[in-house]
Design a binder for this molecule. Structure first.
Ligand SMILES: NC(=O)C1=CN([C@@H]2O[C@H](COP(=O)(O)OP(=O)(O)OC[C@H]3O[C@@H](n4cnc5c(N)ncnc54)[C@H](OP(=O)(O)O)[C@@H]3O)[C@@H](O)[C@H]2O)[C@H](O)CC1
Ligand SMILES: [K+]
Length: 216
């Protein structure tokens, strides 16, 4: 039996981990980035030219941290933000500061054709509405380029609870999801767009006798 989690259950677990157990958010972001680095470094992906597409929330923060780790590993990685960076969460700004100190500067426009691997760090469990049209166009181009895509936590465009495609979704070869498999990855578009789902422990702590509503 595989434990599944809804976004509201995950929120409770995140709050417990960070508020009650005092695990800093930066620790979770770092471990999330290391988990993806481990999966893509295991030999099944061509890392000669990695493109990280980062959003403005914590999914983006995971992506920026990963881009920095890959850069320090000597990998040819480019980091492109999707959306107006001034509206990014503090976690993203913080990760960008670290990345820039480590010599990684962000690119304005990236060439999907050149990338041998695209990291989808645009939206994760926080997607709560249809993807804006402009972004849908870019996502269709990325799907068309037929590169390998690894999604961080949830493929962009997929509702983590229902698996519904919210306008458009990035098709992943693999999805590295944190703590527990999200319900939305097991049904509807979620199943189709996630590819192989790999669950990685990043140190989330679950309260004693926590009640989960779903399993598979
Ligand atoms: N589970 C964990 O312990 C950890 C999770 N991490 C990562 O965090 C993301 C979830 O991060 P979050 O900031 O909640 O949301 P996203 O990054 O998925 O989305 C970014 C923001 O985008 C806004 N949003 C939502 N829908 C839309 C839309 N249709 N159009 C435009 N913008 C949209 C939304 O902002 P609001 O102000 O609208 O709420 C989102 O905040 C999780 O997936 C993990 O990757 C931690 O980094 C590690 C631990
Ligand atoms: K994602």
């Amino acid at each position: 039996m595989t434990q599944l989690v809804t976004t509201s259950e995950l929120q409770l677990i995140e709050e417990y981990t960070m508020q009650t157990m005092a695990v800093p958010q930066e620790v979770l972001i770092e471990r999330a980035a290391m988990a993806v680095q481990e999966v893509i470094g295991a030999g099944n992906f061509d890392l000669s030219n990695v493109l990280v597409l980062a959003g403005l929330g914590n999914n983006g923060a995971d992506g920026v941290a990963l881009a920095r780790l890959l850069h320090l590993q000597g990998i040819d990685v480019s980091l492109q933000f999707v959306g107006n960076l001034n509206r990014a969460k503090d976690s993203v700004q913080h990760q960008l500061k670290i990345a820039e100190h480590c010599g990684l500067t962000r690119s304005e426009k990236s060439d999907f054709q050149k990338a041998t691997l695209i990291i989808d760090a645009i939206f994760g469990t926080g997607l709560n509405n249809t993807i804006p049209d402009g972004l849908q166009k870019m996502m269709r181009a990325a799907n068309h380029a037929d590169n390998s895509v690894v999604a961080i936590d949830v493929p962009t465009g997929i509702s983590a609870n229902t698996g519904e495609v919210l306008g458009s979704a990035l098709k992943a070869k693999s999805t590295v999801t944190f703590g527990y498999e999200k319900v939305g990855l097991t049904k509807g578009g979620g199943k189709k767009f996630s590819g192989e789902v790999i669950v990685k422990d990043i140190g989330l702590l679950t309260p004693e006798n926590f009640i989960f509503s779903q399993a598979k």
